[in-house]
Design a binder for this molecule. Structure first.
Ligand code: FES
Ligand code: FES
Length: 133
C-alpha cells in the first residue's frame, strides 16, 4: 500500500521537534480527520530557511509527508519554499494511496502558515502566499 520512501519517512521521520523563538510558526488542522501539524522555521537574514522542525499529531501519511516537506524546504529561500506543494511532496515520496492524498495537504498548509507568520513579523509579502484559514 505504501511506497518504500513513505515507510522510511514514517519510521525515521526527519526534523522532528521544535525551534525556540522560531522566525515563523504555523499550525494547521485537517478538517477531514482532525489531525494537526505544526511547522517551525528558522530563517536567516538572506531569507534562507536555515532550519525547520515539525510536530504532527496525525496518521502515518501525515508524518511521512511532513518529514519529506521539511527536507524539501531546508536550505531553500522563502520564495523557493512556496514551490513545495502537496503534489511535489507526494511525488518526492513516490506517491501516496489516493485515500491518503488529503494528508499531504497538511504539510503544504503548515509551511504556508509558518511563512505567513514570518512575513507578518517582518512586514513583507510573498507572491502567491495567502492568509491561512
Ligand atoms: Fe486520518 Fe487522513 S483522515 S490520515
Ligand atoms: Fe489525517 Fe492523514 S488521516 S492527516
Amino acid at each position: 500500500m505504501y511506497t518504500e520512501k513513505v515507510m522510511d519517512h514514517f519510521e525515521h521521520p526527519r526534523n522532528v521537534g521544535e525551534i525556540e523563538n522560531a522566525s515563523g510558526m504555523g499550525t494547521v488542522g485537517n478538517p477531514k480527520c482532525g489531525d494537526i501539524m505544526r511547522i517551525y522555521l528558522d530563517i536567516d537574514e538572506n531569507q534562507i530557511i536555515r532550519d525547520v522542525k515539525f510536530k504532527t499529531f496525525g496518521c502515518g501519511a501525515a508524518v511521512a509527508t511532513s518529514s519529506m516537506a521539511t527536507e524539501l524546504v531546508k536550505g531553500k529561500s522563502i520564495y523557493e519554499a512556496m514551490q513545495v506543494t502537496n503534489k511535489a511532496v507526494c511525488e518526492a515520496l513516490d506517491g501516496l494511496p489516493p485515500v491518503k492524498i488529503h494528508c499531504s495537504l497538511l504539510a503544504e498548509e503548515a509551511i504556508h502558515a509558518a511563512l505567513w507568520d514570518y512575513a507578518q513579523k517582518n512586514g513583507i509579502t510573498i507572491d502567491g502566499l495567502e492568509k491561512p484559514k
